[in-house]
Design a protein around this ligand. Structure first.
Ligand code: COA
Length: 810
């Protein structure tokens, strides 16, 4: 669904300078001058003006082209000049020297290695604490391949562009992100590693279903009844919308402060999503050393809801202003756009819209048809097609390959490689068919199937609409219909009867509280069960406060299905954790629903947000974003039946008796193993070349010994003078907005607890938690703070300690 006519609205977010630079500082200064007019990010211009800047289709294009041209120019430089450029960002290899980049001598400061200047290997570094020759900054680089060298140079150019953008951007949140990415790239260049973004923002995709999928569903849901030409038009409209979204410059959170369409909670969620968008979608479009993701593929309803109103206005205006530029036969896209936007808006607002239900799937025939159409109609040139150059020769992509193509190619490659070991599709289809047939042929014989889970019976009732599930809640801002009030009253009674220990007033207070919602199970228009809960989207969890089913309806599977619905509802809203305080009678039930007393969420994430009870046990359930819980049991059951069938089929193959080999009697001394009949059929595969043992440290170390070593490192780290900010979790009371920014907190106390519980089974897990402490600190605090300095100094100390024990890769 990507592609679509190029109605785009953008300004220039990241610098693409003309690239005449001498050394890092001069380079940065020069870039600032060169790119003065166009350097500031969309966010800053929006922030300052309060409106979206004028559409500058060409600006982004030319910015991308400039970056690409500069990269190409650098890739074509003579090797000595390339090495000189690299030396400016490479650590001095002189024993004990801590200089991290060769500095051009004073007399040559005005000269530029990207043009004619080629310093001699003997030229001395201007850094007073180094003074070593340029040679000592590149001695470790002379052997690297041309493609690795270009990859490093590409990252350096991205880094320099980021630096310049950082200087010019006014918005503080955006500046912080640029700084973070700049440091990340700087570190990657220094260590010669691929840039991978890990940390408090989580990994994409952030929500399911993604916007692309929901929009495709909308086309089916709303327009499938149209004739093929009209349906084709609506598909084009949808693609145009997605294209617009994928190139849309989101406003910075500070620019939206005071926006009446955003509640306080929405604003915090928007801030997180804006940061994610910058890091994973927007900046990588210009810096292709960072992996780029398409906005519409990684974000879902939450983001779209917060930007839709303004964005759709912009799109409508664009449609009007660009109407005449559109070819005659495509004008219908423009005329249909308002209708499409209205339909999408309605579905965005509806809580139970099917298009935002991750289980909703248009029939395969529709999807296939759409794909075919998509392939037939080559996507028109969009701004992405002028994507910046990718480092050449690497596994990733070739120079100049558009970023969006790279993403698609990666996905395609992944799919192909994932499929490599799969059974042939015909074999699986045969097994599925046979399972389905055995089910229908047995149906009449079994009156009470004993191995059908209660969940299946509940689902059958739901399908017949004998029962329904609704999320209801009170509101002070919108009118609440009578039906909702009646159900809330009924639910209040169910909770009061089933939870006699709870004061009734307390139950009423929460059920009617506007921040709480209740998932109601309705039978014959009466609530017979429900789960009252409060979502904390900024913290990424939902708290379950009451859960009950009326006595007469218990142990029929309703409790399980209610919980599965709540899980799916939460996942769709980007929430991946459920928390509840269970009294001892309820612990068994919650355990069966996947809850555990082992709380995997860091305490500061929920402490102060939920009410804590002394007499109850806190339980936690982590949700997997790709699991549709209401289907899960059925899917697993079905899969296991298909597996059994496949095993049975394989069994038949294996049992086949084959005639023995006669070739040896006929005089052949040997034959290739793979030619022995039947061997492949029983699963034998030609042996691959043994894989080089790449991480001997991790694989060969005994876990107990590792744990002792980790304990000693942790002890030393705790006692270090720079450890004080990291000794225990940061509390929301001390730093109220900390958890708005830091999604995955970590501290030395939590690490100690994890160590005791045996969590650190590998060196990598231990190092990852420690690294998170430092990256969180550097993400939240600015470089001039004491905290930031502590993180740097403690990190160095940690690495030394690990090295002393032989636990650090060279
Ligand atoms: N202890 C241990 N297991 C329990 C249980 C309990 N108190 N209540 C239910 N279960 C088990 C069921 O036996 C079933 O297990 P199985 O699938 O292995 O047979 C599983 O949990 C779920 O049963 P299901 O039929 O889906 O649940 P339900 O419709 O009976 O609803 C409750 C479960 C807990 C909501 C319901 O029993 C109830 O309302 N209890 C009183 C209120 C309460 O204690 N609420 C929880 C705290 S707020």
């Amino acid at each position: 669904m990507s592609g679509g006519p190029a109605i785009t609205l953008k300004s220039q977010p990241i610098d693409g300078n003309n690239g005449n630079s001498g050394n890092a500082a001069a380079q940065q200064q020069q870039t600032a001058n060169n790119a003065a007019a166009a350097a500031s990010s969309s966010s800053s211009s929006q922030a300052s003006s309060g409106t979206v800047p004028p559409a500058q289709e060409g600006t982004r294009q030319s910015s991308l082209q400039r970056i690409q041209l500069r990269k190409q120019k650098v890739f074509n430089l003579p090797e000595a000049q390339k090495l000189a450029k690299l030396s400016m960002y490479s650590a001095c290899q002189f024993e004990g020297c801590r200089c991290t980049g060769w500095k051009t001598p004073q007399e040559n400061r005005h000269r530029d290695v990207e043009s004619s200047y080629c310093p001699e290997p003997t030229e001395e570094c201007r850094n007073a604490s180094c003074r070593h020759p340029l040679r000592s900054h590149i001695s470790h680089l002379t052997e690297i391949s041309r493609s690795s060298m270009d990859e490093l140079l590409g990252a350096i150019i991205d880094m320099e562009n980021l630096f310049m953008s950082m200087q010019r951007v006014e918005d503080e949140d955006t500046k912080k992100v640029y700084l973070y990415l700049f440091r990340l790239l700087r570190q990657c260049v220094l260590t010669r590693q691929q840039a991978v973004i890990r940390g408090p923002l989580g990994d994409p995709p952030f929500e399911s279903p993604c916007i692309t999928k929901a929009v495709l569903s909308l086309v089916f849901y709303k327009y499938n009844h149209l004739n093929p030409t009209e349906l084709q038009t609506m598909t084009e409209v949808a693609k145009t919308f997605l294209n617009f979204l994928n190139h849309y410059n989101f406003e910075s959170p500070s620019a939206r402060r005071g926006d009446p369409t955003l509640t306080h909670e929405d604003a915090s969620t928007y801030k997180i999503n804006y940061t994610r968008w910058l890091v994973f979608c927007h900046v990588p479009a210009f810096c292709n050393s960072l992996r780029q993701f398409e906005t519409s593929l990684v974000f879902g309803r939450t983001l779209l809801r917060t930007v839709f109103q303004y964005m759709s206005q912009q799109l409508k205006k664009k449609c009007i202003s660009e109407r005449d530029r559109f070819p005659e036969d495509k004008r219908s896209i423009i005329t249909q756009m308002p209708k499409f936007l209205e339909a999408l808006r309605a579905e965005l607002l509806k809580d139970d819209s099917p298009i935002w239900d991750s289980t909703y799937r248009p029939p395969n025939s529709f999807v296939v048809q759409q794909r075919k159409r998509h392939q037939e109609v080559a996507p028109p040139a969009t701004i992405s097609s002028a994507g910046a150059a990718a480092p050449s020769g690497s596994k990733r992509s070739s120079v100049g390959e558009p970023a969006h193509k790279r993403v698609k190619k990666e996905v395609a490659e992944r799919v192909t490689s994932e499929n490599q070991d799969d059974l042939p599709i015909e074999v699986v289809m045969r097994a599925m068919k046979s399972v389905a047939e055995s089910k229908t042929s047995n149906k009449s014989e079994i009156l009470f199937p004993i191995n059908v889970s209660r969940d299946e019976n509940v689902k059958a009732e739901e399908q017949k609409r004998a029962i329904e599930f609704h999320v209801v809640g009170n509101s002070l801002t919108k009118p609440v219909d009578k039906q909702t009030i009646l159900w809330l009253l009924g639910l209040q009674l169910v909770f009061a009867y089933q939870l006699p220990e709870m004061p009734r007033e307390y139950i009423s207070q929460l059920v009617f509280d506007t921040k709480h919602k209740t998932l109601a199970l309705i039978k014959e228009n009466q609530p017979i069960g429900g789960i009252c809960f409060r979502p904390f989207p900024t913290q990424g969890f939902t708290e379950i406060v009451f859960c009950a089913v009326t006595m007469a309806e218990q142990v029929k599977g309703y409790g399980t299905h209610l919980m599965n619905h709540l899980k799916d509802y939460s996942i769709q809203r980007g929430i991946k954790h459920l928390l509840t305080f269970a009294d001892c009678d309820a612990i068994g039930y919650f355990k069966k629903q996947g809850f555990s007393k082992d709380i995997k969420l860091a305490r500061p994430v929920y402490a102060g947000y939920i009410k804590e009870y002394d007499s109850a046990t806190l339980m936690h359930c982590e949700l997997h974003p790709s699991i549709v819980n209401t289907q899960f049991i059925a899917v697993i059951r079905n899969q296991s039946e298909i597996l059994k069938e496949l095993i049975a089929q394989r069994h038949n193959e294996v049992q086949k008796v084959r005639t023995g080999l006669t070739c040896f009697k006929e005089g052949l001394p040997s034959i290739p193993v793979e030619s022995i009949p039947g061997l492949r059929e029983i699963g034998w595969k030609p042996q691959m070349r043994p894989v080089r043992a790449s991480r001997p440290l991790e694989e060969s170390t005994d876990p107990e010994k590792l744990a002792t070593q980790f304990a000693s490192v942790l002890q030393s780290v705790r006692q270090h003078t720079a450890a004080w900010p990291f000794l225990r979790p940061v509390t929301a009371a001390e730093v109220p907005d900390y958890y708005d920014h830091i999604k995955y907190p970590m501290d030395l106390k939590t690490m100690g607890e994890r160590l005791k519980k045996g969590y650190y089974q590998t060196r990598r897990l231990f190092m990852a938690d420690m690294a998170r402490i430092f990256s969180n600190c550097r993400f939240y605090n600015s470089p001039e703070t004491e905290y930031y300095r502590c993180a740097n100094s403690l990190e160095r100390y940690f690495q030394t300690k690990m090295r002393e024990l032989g636990l650090w890769d060279k």
